[in-house]
Write a protein that binds this ligand. Structure first.
Ligand code: G6P
Length: 608
């Protein structure tokens, strides 16, 4: 979603801002703009569409000479993606420029109030009230104007602001929307995401809700909401620039699929010692665990589907009931959560608005909370009692791949860990399960190597207008993520269906030539799934079977087969999804889609 960058230092700001915005493109956006302080005024340019339009208009930033400024990529919420609605927005007197992520919920009454005072609005955005409030409250003190302005705002915001009277200052404020300060030497930065900063500095400060910051080339001062300076911890970012680059691959998504063996190794290996799962960061005492009555998993999108896999594995090993709920649903349904509940929230970015709200709801009801997160220092990571990081490295493609598989691996490790602590498995069984989990990275590599024909298979089916994924048990959980992956990047309609449910509706849509992908890796249910394959074949469907390596029987049923390396069926989803990711990738490529930045989607959904 929207991206924020800011700079103040000795260099021309605009080229740095544009470079930063390019690093944030992956988050999804539909317009962009920059504003720079120069010659006692504000010089601004913005443009609907891609950043390259903005680069063209500004000769890659060369037309701006000022050394402090702000830049923004907008993902439209209030008003269409036009030049007028793009950020920055400038106050009526031209003294202030503001960029904003989030939603100002009381913007309509504020707008009416400002209009009654004679302010004129040029856009349909909620953001324009912020910049005109700055003008209203300004009496020569920029900081006081920011403080008064944010005290009037309801909703969520990350704000960057500049003022023509203080040409080297950038102000920032945060409430429920991420904002990070980058500390350089003689220059300082602002961004909504560390990927925009790592090329310049690894030293960062994560702003917390209710805080604001004042940046000049030499200093960064953070204030609380009353304007008192506060001490903040400086954190070190461990990602480097190369980790966020394409590295010779045509798309980030392909790079991220291929690097999964490495990502899974980084996630799994440090948590295994002498045949046991060791979770140093896990803070629940034996007493807490004794009282544990229910595990709850909540998340959005693919993270939720990772949670669906987790439900099967956790229930199987711990025998504790596991409930899963989409975060946007959980928060509004008065869920039964109390101090005997372990709430697991899963989020690659750690910034998904609904997941944050669900986590807060769970905390309020007394649950113990555990986050599975990829971004160090993100809001979710900081709110939860315990964080288990996925160590997947930066994920740039909007459609998650290594983010999802590392989340599933953490859930597998957690299931084994909890099962042992709850006394459900003995040491020998733990060692066996751990041995299986340790094989996952090499199994993923084998899942890639076993299926060199995937691109041809994708070519054969790319023009199907609807596709169906069927499977049972853990295979069904994999179907959910496979179907989402396909529709996200190829725009082909697809549905995931528990194979046994086929007869209760979806089979009405099966007609000659329709592609059905049957995932049949849970071999104890193989015959059952085969009966479902027969049902769709009888109605003319083309079937692509996904089975364990060496299972020749699948070819007696399906038209074509994809193989997954043989493993403990409890852990098969991590490798079974990989050929499905590649299938979606190649179908999207064949259809000429914008794979890394699918239309209408955002990497990090920071609004409800
Ligand atoms: C968006 C992304 C998905 C992701 C979901 C949840 O929809 O496009 O890939 O699964 O958000 O994001 P999170 O960062 O919370 O895992």
């Amino acid at each position: 979603m929207c991206g924020i960058v800011g700079y103040t230092g000795p260099h021309q700001a605009a080229p740095i801002l544009l470079e930063g915005l390019k690093k944030l493109e992956y988050r999804g956006y539909d317009s962009a703009g920059v504003a720079v302080n120069e010659s006692g005024g504000i010089h601004m340019e913005k443009s609907a569409g891609m950043i390259r339009n903005l680069c063209k208009k500004t000769a890659d930033g060369a037309v701006f000479h000022g050394c402090a400024g702000i830049g923004h990529t907008r993902w439209a919420t209030h008003g269409a993606p036009t030049d007028e609605n793009a950020h920055p927005h400038v106050s009526n007197d031209g003294r202030f420029a503001v960029i904003h992520n989030g939603i100002i919920e009381n913007y309509l009454p504020l707008r009416e109030e400002l209009q009654a005072r004679g302010f004129v609005f040029k856009s349909e955005t909620d953001t324009e009230v912020i910049v005109n409030l700055l003008e209203l409250y300004y009496d020569g003190d920029f900081k006081q104007a920011v403080l008064k302005t944010i005290s009037r705002l309801e909703g969520s915001y990350a704000i960057g602001a500049i003022c023509a009277d203080q040409p080297d200052r950038v102000f920032a404020a945060r409430q429920f929307s991420p904002l990070i300060l980058g500390l350089g030497i003689g220059e300082n930065f602002l961004a909504s995401d560390v990927t925009a900063l790592v090329a310049y500095t690894k030293n960062v400060i994560y702003l917390d809700d209710g805080e604001l910051a004042e940046l000049s080339p030499e200093h960064v001062t953070v204030y609380d909401c009353t304007g008192h300076p506060i001490q903040k911890k400086i954190s070190r970012v461990t990602w480097d620039v190369e980790a966020a680059a394409k590295g010779g691959f045509e798309h980030f998504m392909l790079k991220e699929i291929i690097e999964q063996p490495r990502a899974l190794k980084a996630t799994i290996d440090p948590r295994i010692k002498n045949g046991r799962v060791v979770l140093d960061d896990f803070h629940l005492t034996d007493e807490d665990l004794k009282g544990l009555q229910k595990i709850y998993i909540t998340a959005c999108g693919s993270a939720f589907y990772a949670g669906q896999v987790g439900k099967y594995v956790l229930e199987q090993l711990t025998r504790v009931p596991v409930e899963t709920d989409i975060a946007s649903e959980l928060r509004y349904r008065n869920p039964i959560i109390d101090e005997h509940t372990l709430m697991i929230v899963i989020s690659q970015s750690g910034e998904t608005a609904d997941t944050i709200a669900a986590l807060k709801e769970a905390k309020q009801r007394g649950a113990r909370t555990l986050a599975i997160c990829n971004v160090v220092g993100s809001t979710i990571a900081r709110l939860a009692d315990t964080v288990l990081y996925t160590w997947a490295g930066p994920e740039i493609a909007v459609a998650t791949t290594k983010g999802y598989t590392t989340q599933v691996a953490i859930l597998d490790l957690l299931a084994v860990y909890l099962a042992r602590r709850l006394g459900r498995i003995d040491e020998a069984e733990e060692a066996r399960l751990v041995g299986e989990i340790q094989k996952i990275p090499q199994q993923i590599q084998r899942a890639i190597d076993l299926n060199p024909g995937l691109e041809d298979i994708a070519r054969a089916y790319h023009d199907n207008s609807d596709m169906f994924f069927i499977g049972r048990n853990l295979d069904y959980a994999v179907c959910l993520e496979s179907s989402l992956k396909l529709k996200e990047i190829s725009y082909i309609h697809s549905e995931a269906c528990a194979a046994g449910e086929l007869k209760h509706g979806p089979i009405a849509l099966i007609e000659p030539g329709r592609l059905v992908i049957a995932i049949a890796c849970q071999e104890r249910l193989f015959e059952k799934t085969c009966s479902n394959i027969k049902e769709v074949k009888a109605r003319g469907a083309e079937v692509l079977g996904v089975a364990m390596e060496g299972n020749a029987a699948i070819l007696a049923e399906a038209d074509k087969a994809i193989y997954v390396p043989r493993c403990d069926p409890l852990f098969s989803p991590v490798s079974a999804i990989v050929p499905m990711q590649l299938f979606a990738y190649y179908v999207a490529k064949e259809n000429g889609c914008d794979i890394d930045k699918p239309k209408n989607l955002a990497k990090s959904v920071t609004v409800e």
